[in-house]
Ligand binder design. Sequence first.
Ligand SMILES: Cc1cc2nc3c(=O)[nH]c(=O)nc-3n(C[C@H](O)[C@H](O)[C@H](O)COP(=O)(O)OP(=O)(O)OC[C@H]3O[C@@H](n4cnc5c(N)ncnc54)[C@H](O)[C@@H]3O)c2cc1C
Length: 393
Amino acid sequence: MKKVLVLGGGFAGVDAAIHLQKMKYDVTLVSDREYFYIYPTSIWVPTHESEFSEVCLDLSELQKAHGFDLLIDRVSAISAKDNRVTLESGNAISDYDYLIVAMGASKMKPKGVENTLSICGAPEQALEIRDALDSLVAKGHGKIAMGFGGNPKDTSAVRGGPGFELLFNVHNMLKKKGIRDNFELTFFAPMPEPGKRMGPQALKMMDVMFNKLGIKKHFGKKITGFSEQGTNFEDGTTLEADFTMFIPAGNGHDVIKASDLPTNAAGFVKTDDFSCVLNEDGTLSNIYAVGDIASLEGYDWRAKQGHIAEVMAKNVAHNIDARENGRDDFKGYHGHLNILCVMDSGNGAAFVYRDEKRAFMFPMPVVGHLLKKGWGKYCRYSKLGKIPRIPGM
Ligand SMILES: Cc1cc2nc3c(=O)[nH]c(=O)nc-3n(C[C@H](O)[C@H](O)[C@H](O)COP(=O)(O)OP(=O)(O)OC[C@H]3O[C@@H](n4cnc5c(N)ncnc54)[C@H](O)[C@@H]3O)c2cc1C
């Protein structure tokens, strides 16, 4: 039985392991966390709408459900040349036939970023954001700023959606407590039109939302760094805040940058459409890269998303199996590129969709929020194999 080593226990790694195990490969998954973190539903942890544990799914439960081997350890180095993965524990693994790299992205580190917390960073930061908001609520007033930054070397690694969602949820929480008027909420981003890649209609609707909810906008000024006072901009001004939530753009994973894998300018692993890392002579290697760690090619508006990570993972299982059986009916991700999200506001949501032909956003008061909540449960139980998977979800 051919051995597959999967690095990373997020959307990409977990799905690759599940699909390959089903195809009877000998799969080992390595993760530095004991749980799969359902990032899209983590936006409710800071506002107490979800418990942290509800956003985590133990990898040991997934292991029991699907039967792959699990190793909790941190990958410290990858050598394609030597067919070797080195772990922080000092162990090295080299007896694999295929390697699937799925460790997500590292983050840009702007000056003073330690003065901020991110909803897209280490999972524990969601709890720290909750504590910071709790102490402001206890005080009864304050200034809260939330925003995101860019990566000029790779626009697909920019993530703003969860920032919008969290701020809308905070607005809603403060309103429910009857103290919204005592708070100044501001959304900031260096680009003049944040959210533009969701399409022109979405951009207009976001603007309407900000005005309706009384959220200030601070757009189009380059961020030079952060301090205890707030966010500093290139024109010497500071957006003062008692609490700043900032989502730095993604950047190539540190382990990848130090490896001999081919990368794009931002450090994401270069692959072909079939997610395979090619040898220098253009032939297929035994390494695949899936999810946020991979360099995403295509439209200007392309974005690294969980459902794209899952498409890549499923394709890779199919592609490895095709190779093993002497076929070349490989499946690629380019044809599946789209933006798909239910952007939550705490009391409703907006459905956002963009592909090659269409871009639209439509509001779903109340039901949208319930839909996203339902998706969180669907995600957990379908990954555990307790309910069937719906294609594309
Ligand atoms: C707050 C938030 C909301 C989002 N909402 C949506 C949404 O609505 N829809 C959507 O499609 N996408 C959404 N996304 C994007 C989606 O979550 C990501 O695209 C997805 O998580 C990528 O999956 P991944 O497996 O590539 O990376 P990750 O989920 O980041 O997983 C990487 C895994 O690798 C492990 N790892 C990292 N380094 C090492 C190492 N050195 N050794 C061992 N293991 C390691 C990590 O512990 C982690 O388990 C959202 C993201 C965030 C942060």
